[in-house]
Each structure stands twice: as C-alpha cells, then as structure tokens.
Design a protein around this ligand. Structure first.
Ligand code: 1YM
Length: 645
C-alpha cells in the first residue's frame, strides 16, 4: 500500500490479518456494499446509522444525529451505551471498539442482541465503512470519560483508543465521522434527499426514535430536519395517504408478539385505485419484493373481508368471492416484522423467506383484523363496498382485455399500427423508443437501427392512470398500444419475462409538456408494469439541451455542464447557444448522433430502490392534492435526480 501512513504501534500477526481483511474489502467493494456508485456511497452512512438504530431497538438510545460536514465528511452520533471500550485477552489486548472497527463481521456483537439484521447488503459492519474511507474518527462517551481513536486510509489504526478527557455531564454514546475514499467511489458527494428519505422511514419504523439530519456544506440549502413519530407506523400510513382522500379517518393498527418474533401492521384505505400500497419491512429493512409476511397478510385480509361481507349479507354466495386485488384497491398498509434470523432472498435480496412469518402474520391478521371489522362496522362496510365496486370494474376490464385479444387475433400479429418494430428477435439486444408526438416519430424512425430499435409514437397526453380505474385505462388507445408493444400483459397479469424489448426508452421533449408526458408514462409503468421498472428495463433518453454553430457545423451540447466545458475550452467562441426544446428541432441525423445511437448517446436508467418513496412521489405528483404537489415541486424542482432514487 503505497499511500499508507505509518501506524502508531508496531505490527503483530493479528494486525496483518486485519489489514488483509480490510484490503479484501477495498479490492472488491461491490461484494460488500453493492456498488461504488451513489448507492454504495450512501450505504456507508446506512451502515453506521444501522448500528445506532440497533442500539435504539435494544432500548438504550433515543436520538441519532446525522450531519453532512462542511468538508463533505459524514458524522453520526447517538446517545446509546457507547461501543464497549474495554480491552480483553480474548481480543488480543485490543479494545472492543478497535475490533468492531477493524475486523470484518465483528458485528455479531458480544451481547445477547435482539433482532439483528443479516443477509443481503445489510449489516456488513462498520469495519467495511472504515476500509472504504480515507479517514475515520471514533468518539465514545462512557463512564464519564471521553474516548477517541482514529484511522487512516483503508482502516489502518492511526491513534489507539484512549481517554482524552471527561465526557459531557451524564452523556453516553458513540460518534463516528468518516470521509469516503475518492479512490474507491465514483463520486463522494452525499445527496441529502436520499438520506432524508431513508431516515424518515427509519423514524417511522422505530416509534419515538428521534433522527436529526443537518447538511453543513456551503450552499447546501438544506434545512435541518428532525424526524420523530410517536405513532410509529400509524404515522407512516398517514404520511403515505396524506395526498389522497381517505375512505375513513381512522388508521387501523394491530400487533402481535411471540417469543422470538413480532409483527405490527397499520392500514387505511383511500378512495384511489392503486393495488400496491402495501409496504413491508423486516427488521427495519424494506422488503420491496415482499415475501412471507406480505403473503400471510394478503391471504388473511382476503379471508377476513369475504367472511365479513358474507356474514353481514353484503356479499351473496352466488357472486363468488372478492379477489385479493379488489380488496387491496386503495389500501395503504405498513407491515413491519422483527425476527431473529431474517432470510433475505430474491433478485435484489428484498424478499423475506422465513415461512414462520407467513403463519404469524396470517394468524395475527385473521384474528385482529377480524376484531377491527366487528368493532368498526361503518369503516368495514365502506371497505366491503369499495372492494365490490373494484370487483365489478375488474370483470369489466377482463371483458375489455378479451375484446382486445379478439381484436388482435383478427388483425394478425396484434401489434399496434403505429409501432415501427425492429427485426431482431433476440430480446437482449432490442430497444423500444416511446416517442412523444407524431412529429418526432418520423425522425426517430429514420434515425433508429431497424434491426434492434423499435419506435412507438404516442400522441398527446396519455391518460393519467393515477385517477382512472383499470377498466377505463384499458379502453385508452395509447395505453393499449403500449401494452401490446411491450407484450407482457398489464397490472396483476404483467409478466416481466415476456417483455419484447430489453430496454424501454422514453424520448420526450425537454419542455414542460415533455416532462409531463414522461411523468405520466413513468406513473403508468410504475403502477401497471412495476417489475419493468424494478428490474431496470426503463430508461430516459437524454436529447441535448443546447446547440451552437462552429464554422459550418452545428454542435450539440448535452447539458449545462457540457456547455460550460465547451465555453472553457473555446473562450473565443462568440456564437449564441440555442436552447433546444423540442425533438422536432433536430433532423434525423442529428437525433441519431445525439440521442439514439447506442455508441454516442447517454441514457438515464430509472430504478426504484425504495418503492415506498417512489409511490409517494407519484401520488403527490399525479394525485388530486394540489398543495402537496406544489410543495413537492418547490422543494425538488432543481433536482431531477429524484427519478433515479
Ligand atoms: C454512530 C454509530 O455504533 N452505536 C453503538 C454500537 C454498539 C453499541 C452501542 C453496543 C452494543 C452492545 C453492547 C451489544 C456496538 N457494540 C458492538 C460490540 N453508533 C454505534 N452503540 N454495548 C454497546 O450489542 O451487546 C458492536 S456495535 F460488538 F462491541 F458490542
């Protein structure tokens, strides 16, 4: 390691093992934190905060302060017991704190711990953060003394743990400050909005825990924010429903705790039509692919509503049962389980695999949701009525779908007339450009590679799916064209393995209308073809924002940064810069150069790391509540990156 600073004490064999361990993390950071992009960078913060939250869950800590420091570092401070400072022979004379910070997987903790996180990328331990930092400082207040220790690049001990003075009166707790290593990460700028979303979620899931976030970077423009929820997940449900019309005021809640496991559920219906307002968590981790706890809940929910509806005479036997999706229409629910050894499975490790959770949640829901229905007949009646209306709409949609299928069978291949398909049938190399307006459809068709690139022009504004039920949506021509072109069904029937293109690329004008249409399309995909987004098939094309003339040539510049770079390199360039608003302003060759040719273009991939947050953004942007929308746009207007959370 050429860039090392000499350690304070001489090396022992153990030190060398430690360094080899941390060096392995530096060699393959992706294995420990997923990536060295923004997601991995923010993971470092979560890793430290998770330890403080564990301490809160154990009942010893009720406040966590996260500060982005003026110089770009990050400080996390809690008021827990403090990482143990004692040395022991078992630890080869090192302090427990040093071991925690330098030994991989020393997070197993010495105590009898409660619900610890394991699996996936969670709980890889603070030593990983240390390994991937340029510098790390640790302060521990315990037994009236203030302790300090710090580490150089890659987690090498710089100063051993020592007492440096008295602790502030009565204080115990841990403070970690770290500076991510720019040699490891693509960029080391924290994005406060990403952190805020995560910590708000954690505050909801840990009732009463106070999390304060500050950003001290110059010109950050971020106000200090405090999250603390006395109602826990009840407040979470209220928050998710805040821009929707509640079907009734009360937020339902029940919990059940058994020896080694517990479940907590809060729920409320709104008058909307979404069927994916259920968000689940295991040990505070968002299980975006669902899993056993969600299965148990859905099964019992369907059962309770049907049973109640029949018993009270709202549902006749001859009508058959309400389906799960009918009942979930407009439901906002948070399921939070805690268990000792969570198993995270699935593509993104976002699916809870523990089968014992299915039976716990199913039992709890059958019993306690049943009680809720008996005790709140007015609310229960509204729920059953809404579900029955959804069932009627579902049957109508089935008819509409059948009609569409019949129609396409009659019309041959069943592809929309407007689709300019590609010839390749090798799915992995194909792309579908969804192009706004007929004017740009022509140039895009000329600019494409007809072998691998298909073009579907969409005319005008597609229906706002946030405000329409599926049966109405399916009658909309533009939506029908989208569904047939993508070829994998829609809604509950959507099957991502059947998609006809690997990339679905939205190509819209860079003006207000263009961004509105893009949001409508994203809303549609997010609501009705969610796995398409989750598995990273949706992209946004990036047509250039500026053009200028150099000699006889027109030159396109991608964005403000490219424009500034060009101006810096060509200080004598006196020609004006044109701001391009519409795709129609380019001819097909220019469009090909700048936006369509895979060798030259840049695409923005749309991802959903936190479905809960994305769901919320969509409701606020597309729903009925004008005030929330205004507020959201004012706070996020300059930061379009919210799209790739
Ligand atoms: C700013 C980050 O790491 N707080 C924190 C960590 C620990 C404890 C308390 C703690 C845990 C236990 C006992 C236990 C950790 N201790 C360990 C280990 N904040 C932050 N606060 N006493 C204190 O789990 O039994 C690892 S983390 F292993 F040393 F116990």
């Amino acid at each position: 390691m050429a860039d090392s600073t000499a350690p304070a004490s001489s090396y022992t064999a153990d030190d060398i093992t430690v360094l080899e361990g941390l060096e392995a993390v530096r060699k393959r950071p992706g294995m420990y934190i997923g990536s060295t992009g923004p997601s991995g960078l923010h993971h470092l913060v979560y890793e430290i905060v998770d330890n403080a939250v564990d301490e809160a869950m154990a009942g010893y800590c009720d406040r966590i302060d996260v500060t982005i420091l003026a110089d770009g570092g990050c400080e996390v401070r809690d008021n827990g017991r403090g990482i143990p400072v004692g040395k022991s022979a078992k630890l080869k004379g090192k302090s427990a704190a040093e071991v925690v910070l330098t030994v991989l997987h020393a997070g197993g903790k010495f105590g009898d711990g409660g619900y610890k996180v394991s699996g996936g990328l969670h709980g890889v331990g603070v030593s990983v953060v240390n390994a991937l930092s340029e510098r790390l400082e640790l302060e521990i207040d315990v037994d009236g003394k203030h302790h300090f220790m710090d580490f150089a690049k890659g987690g090498k001990v710089q100063t051993k743990l020592s007492v440096t003075g008295d602790a502030p009166r009565g204080r115990t707790g841990t403070t970690v400050r770290f500076w991510p290593d720019p040699l490891i990460f693509d960029e080391v700028d924290f994005r406060t909005q990403t952190l805020l979303e995560r910590f708000q979620m954690m505050a909801f899931l840990n009732k009463g825990l106070e999390i304060r976030v500050r950003d001290q970077r110059p010109d950050s423009g971020v106000e200090p924010t405090t999250y603390k929820y006395a109602g826990g997940i009840i407040d979470f449900v209220k928050h998710n429903n805040r821009s929707k019309d509640a079907l009734f005021n009360k937020v339902g809640y029940f919990e059940q705790a058994e020896e080694d496991q517990e479940v907590e559920i809060a729920f409320q219906w709104n008058t909307g039509y979404n069927t994916d307002g259920i968000h689940s968590f295991a040990n505070g981790i968002n299980t975006i692919e669902g899993g056993m706890h969600e299965e148990g809940f859905k099964k019992a929910l369907t059962n309770v509503v049907n049973k109640y509806g029949k018993a009270k005479g709202f549902l006749k036997d001859k009508d058959g049962n309400l389906q799960g999706e009918d009942i979930r229409e407009g439901l906002t629910a948070i399921i939070s389980v805690r268990l000792r050894e969570p198993q995270f499975e699935g593509q993104t490790k976002g699916k809870l695999g523990n089968t014992e959770m299915r039976s716990l949640v199913e039992r709890a829901t059958n019993e306690k949701l049943g009680d809720f229905f008996e005790e709140h007949p007015t609310e229960a009646n509204k729920i059953v009525k809404k579900a029955a209306a959804a069932a009627t709409a579902r049957r109508a949609a089935q008819e509409a779908r059948k009609a569409t299928r019949r129609k396409s069978a009659l019309e041959g291949a069943g592809m929309p007339d407007k689709l300019r398909d590609c010839s390749s049938r090798n799915r992995d190399e194909t792309e579908l450009f969804i192009v706004e307006g007929d004017s740009a459809g022509g140039p895009a068709t000329q600019a494409r590679d007809p072998r691998t690139q298909a073009v579907l022009p969409i005319r005008g504004k597609i229906l706002n799916v946030e405000r329409a039920r599926i049966d109405r949506m399916l009658k909309n021509n533009e939506i029908q064209a989208l569904i047939s072109a993508i070829g994998a069904g829609v809604g509950e029937d959507f099957d991502v393995s059947k998609i006809r293109y690997d990339k679905v690329i939205l190509l819209c004008d860079a003006d207000v209308d263009g961004s509105h249409i893009r949001t409508l399309l994203l809303t549609f995909f997010f609501r009705q073809m969610k796995p398409l987004v989750e598995f990273g098939h949706v992209y946004i094309a990036q047509p250039p924002l500026f053009s200028t003339v150099v000699g006889k040539e027109k030159l396109y510049l991608k964005d403000d940064a490219a424009k500034l770079a060009f101006q810096a390199e060509n200080p004598n360039h006196k020609k004006e810069f044109q701001r391009l608003k519409g795709l129609g302003e380019m001819d097909w060759e220019e469009l090909q150069e700048t936006t369509i040719d895979p060798q030259k273009r840049t695409l923005l991939r749309v991802g959903v790391e936190q479905a809960a947050v994305a769901d919320d953004v969509f409701s606020v942007l597309m729903g009925d509540d004008v005030e929330s929308r205004k507020h959201f746009i004012q706070t996020n207007a300059t930061d379009v990156r919210f799209l790739d959370i």
